[in-house]
Design a protein around this ligand. Structure first.
Ligand code: AMP
Length: 417
């Protein structure tokens, strides 16, 4: 390949062939699972006004501080490629007044690409797919929260065909979280000069996020920090207890982790991450949480939400080989039509078969008969239909290898079931 050959950008994926088939199969599994929980699909735009993400995802999150793909300004507005879906789905609900629906909670599912300017490595891309849901209501009650949590667990289990582990934490209602943030700030203030620059920033914007820091020295300091559980109200404790009881009664493996705060600023109440139980070193497959002020922050009514997103490429990377094969959605060819007459009649016959719902493909004219049959085998065509030079047709069932003469009416009778 020449040095100046144009290549795909780093951290992106070219989906074709098997990878595309696996992606399509996985999308179906995930969307089917979301339907079991009453979700409807939504599809917001790939780019939004930049201020949507700054307001909702939060200024202190890494995503907004360093990882957004901001588009070059063309008109009077700044736009950003979506780094996640939650903000876009909330904007969609607000703009289309879906919050006014009498049928609450709203239950929406999505799957599409998101964009983050991260350092590419295995399982960490700059353009990747997320599948997820958002449940929205005036008040997200316990059942709604549990449904979101269970859907996330079952979606991963179904996708991978193996058990998962959930890391859970409870960040408390707005007031308990604010009290906790104050306590954290008091604890970290005297250590600040020894901490990393990111943490110095987090201290100013959201001290909770310091607990998320991966720098060894900062993690050591964080070990002595106050614990969220000591700041939860009685209502918070009761809800957290109910969530844990459900996980236990359904025998879902879980670990309580009070250092789990998740990367975004808007979470309150339950937050969680999902890991492969048998492969605990594999990075998080997905995560989610409850939020209270996102909708009002972007100018909407007082609404709460709970949602999660799964990293689709990570699911595929962690999927056992047999599962990958089982999930693939191979677009099979019903009829492979070899047109030896070469007068265009083949296309007319193909159209007739397509009208009957059959998928029909054809080789290029230049191929010999042997080459055509090899191609039919490779693409796993069910039948080969040959239009001979003299205009007669023969059909070969590629499973039984039986070949017989047939006319167009015979084809309609055969495939028009
Ligand atoms: P987040 O929106 O950051 O909570 O991420 C949700 C899920 O998306 C994670 O658990 C990962 O599975 C996946 N994910 C996050 N960042 C990346 C990335 N850069 N590349 C691939 N997958 C990612």
């Amino acid at each position: 390949m020449a040095d100046n050959q144009i290549k795909k950008p780093r951290g992106t994926t070219d989906y074709f062939g098997k990878e595309e088939e696996v992606l399509a199969g996985l999308e179906e599994v995930l969307m089917d699972e979301s339907r079991l929980y009453g979700c409807q699909r939504v599809n917001p735009p790939v780019f939004e006004e930049s201020r949507l993400f700054h307001r909702s995802v939060g200024e202190s999150s890494d995503i907004v501080r360093k990882e957004t793909f901001d588009l070059q300004r063309k008109g009077d507005k700044d736009y950003t490629l979506r780094p996640e879906f939650t903000a876009g789905v909330n904007r969609l609900v607000l703009e289309n007044k879906l919050y006014a629906s009498p049928d609450l909670p709203l239950r929406y599912a999505y799957m599409g690409k998101v964009f983050r300017y991260e350092r590419p490595q295995s399982g960490r891309l700059r353009e990747f797919y997320q599948f997820g849901v958002e449940f929205l209501d005036r008040k997200v009650d316990l059942d709604c929260a549990l449904d979101a949590l269970l859907l996330s667990v079952n979606a991963v289990k179904k996708a991978l065909g193996k058990p998962v582990k959930v890391l859970v934490n409870y960040l408390g209602s707005f007031q308990s979280r604010e009290n906790y943030k104050k306590a954290l700030a008091e604890y970290f203030r005297p250590h600040l000069s020894e901490m990393c620059d990111d943490c110095k920033n987090r201290f100013e914007t959201n001290p909770l996020r310091i607990l998320d820091c991966k720098v060894e020295k900062d993690r050591e300091i964080a070990k002595g920090a106050p614990r969220i559980e000591d700041y939860l109200s009685d209502d918070d404790k009761a809800e957290y207890g109910a969530i844990i009881s459900l996980l236990e009664s359904l025998r879902i493996p879980y670990v309580k982790d009070d250092g789990l705060v998740r990367g975004l600023d808007y979470y309150t109440g339950l937050v969680w991450e999902i890991y492969d139980l048998e492969n605990p070193d594999f990075p998080a497959l997905g995560g989610g949480g409850k939020y209270a002020s996102l909708m009002s922050d972007i100018g909407g009514p007082d609404f709460e939400g709970i949602g999660f997103s799964l990293g689709v490429e990570r699911l595929i990377l962690d999927m056992p080989h047999e599962r990958v094969e089982a999930i693939r959605k191979i677009a099979k060819v019903d009829v492979f039509l070899i047109d030896l007459e070469r007068k265009g009649k083949g296309c007319a016959i193909a159209e007739r078969l397509r009208d009957l719902g059959m998928s029909v493909s054809m080789p290029s004219f230049g191929k010999g008969m042997g080459g055509c049959f090899k191609m039919a085998d490779r693409i796993q065509a069910e039948n080969v239909l040959i239009l001979f030079e003299d205009g007669h047709l023969e059909i070969k069932d590629m499973k039984t290898r039986e070949q017989k003469i047939i006319d167009e009416e015979g084809l309609v009778a055969l495939f028009g079931r």
